[in-house]
Design a protein around this ligand. Structure first.
Ligand code: S3P
Length: 422
């Protein structure tokens, strides 16, 4: 069996979220091409409709009827964001500046995820927020206020969700809004706000909002393919002899493309071609080939936020590389859809890989994958990572459940089948 051909993987989830949310409060209609079709995006669409936004479909476009930032209306019911941390955190920032009540809930996993990180700055800006454990975990209840106060905020963690929640609330504030990140996190919100004529200045790790906080629809947004989804098949192509896969339209934003630096360090053979720009985001083609000389690697510091969602599949690659891989400074992995450090250590051990759990990471000894049972903890990235491991192992790897994959990449198995040559 080998993997060959070309593929446009599912569209970028982070950019799709922002395209829906920002065009909902922009002035004018936005036609969105290639919006991701997935459960997380369905949840955000439903929530925005409940806040009074009209979102429809015309041919290949999702059409958002933006009526400006004061057009949102109180929802008659609780907004259920399902499994989506991005959806809940960004929308919490958005409704903090609206003079009405919003209640957020989510599935069992989302109801355990930390919200203090957004609740604290949003309260400082003047929103009244309560929730379980004094607002630490959902359900969250937000009584918004207009105008909000300005804020100068030193973020304790590098989180694009926190930064974006503050920027969205900042659109409804009359004071200065300045955010400093400890390390650069993904900057899709800043890029899209700029493309909608909002003054956002980014100097080093300081992001500030200028005086123009009215969003004008660019009319058309095209969403590129998600490098986090491509990562599963890029690793497959690198690991399976005779494989070569071309990935089309992949978002190459440097705050997201850290996996390509990891590939360079680990001796993955790949090439980037035909780079172009859409809505301020770089996209291009990546060709990945079978790579027989994989090396372990040490990953820590500023690369971590740039690979945060790819670490589970990087762990699979590392399991098949020569030598040790050490990942540190990644304690944020414990607060994703599941505790991904624990899930990776437990499941890699089930399939014969020697590894060690660190408080903020994992050490992996490259070896041979055996068969075993996998507990995916209803986390899409754990499920996709071990689905790929099952292609590499000679023995059977059995996953307890793969339905979580629909949150980000419902076409995963179909795309995998399309690339497979037996
Ligand atoms: C996301 C930011 C990241 C990432 C998540 C999507 C976003 O989370 O893990 O999958 O779209 O802003 P943090 O910002 O919490 O690190």
């Amino acid at each position: 069996m080998m993997f060959k051909g070309k593929i446009r993987v599912g569209s970028d989830k982070s950019i799709s979220q922002r395209a829906l949310i920002l065009s909902s409060i922009a002035e004018g209609k936005t036609y969105i091409k290639h919006l991701l079709k997935s459960e997380d995006i369905d949840c955000t669409t439903r929530a925005l409709r409940m806040l009074g936004v009209s979102i429809g479909q015309k041919d290949e476009y999702v059409v958002v009827e933006g009526k400006g930032k004061f057009s949102l209306r109180e929802s008659g019911d609780v907004l259920n964001l399902g499994n989506s941390g991005t959806g809940m955190r960004l929308l919490a920032g958005l409704v903090s500046g609206a003079n009405f009540l919003t209640i957020f809930t989510g599935d069992e996993s989302l109801r355990k995820r930390p919200m203090k990180r957004i609740v604290q700055p949003l309260r400082m800006m003047g929103a009244m927020i309560d929730g379980r454990e004094n607002g630490a975990i959902p359900p969250l209840v937000i009584r918004g206020k207009y105008p909000l106060n300005g804020i100068r905020y030193e973020m304790p963690i590098a989180s694009a969700q926190v930064k974006s929640a503050i920027l969205l609330a900042g659109l409804f504030s009359q004071g200065k809004v300045e955010i400093r990140e400890p390390l650069p996190s993904r900057n899709h919100t800043e890029i899209m706000l700029k493309s909608m004529n909002v003054d956002v200045e980014c100097v080093d790790r300081l992001i500030s909002l200028g005086s123009n906080r009215i969003l004008h629809s660019p009319g058309y947004i095209e969403v590129g393919a998600d490098i986090s989804s491509a990562a599963y098949f890029m690793v497959t192509a690198a690991l399976v002899p005779h494989s070569q896969v071309l990935f089309e339209d992949v978002v190459l934003n440097p705050t997201r493309a850290g996996i390509l630096d990891v590939f360079r360090m680990m001796n993955v053979e790949f090439e980037i071609r035909n780079i172009r720009e859409v809505n301020g985001e770089k996209i291009g083609e990546i060709v990945v080939c079978y790579s027989p000389h994989l090396q372990g690697v040490s990953l820590e510091g500023s690369i971590i936020p740039r690979i945060i969602d790819e670490i589970p599949i990087i762990c699979i690659l590392a399991s098949c590389a020569d030598g040790k891989t050490i990942i540190k400074d990644a304690s944020e992995l414990r607060y994703k859809e599941c505790d991904r450090i624990k899930a990776m250590v437990e499941n890699l051990s089930h399939i014969g890989i020697k590894c060690e759990e660190l408080p903020d990471g994992i050490i992996i000894e490259g070896g041979k994958l055996t068969g075993g049972r996998i507990n995916t903890y209803c986390d899409h990235r754990i499920a996709m990572s071990f689905a790929i491991a099952s292609l590499i192992s000679k023995d059977n790897i059995v996953l307890d459940d793969t339905s979580s994959i629909d949150t980000s990449y419902p076409m995963f198995f179909k795309h995998l089948t399309n690339l497979t040559i037996s």
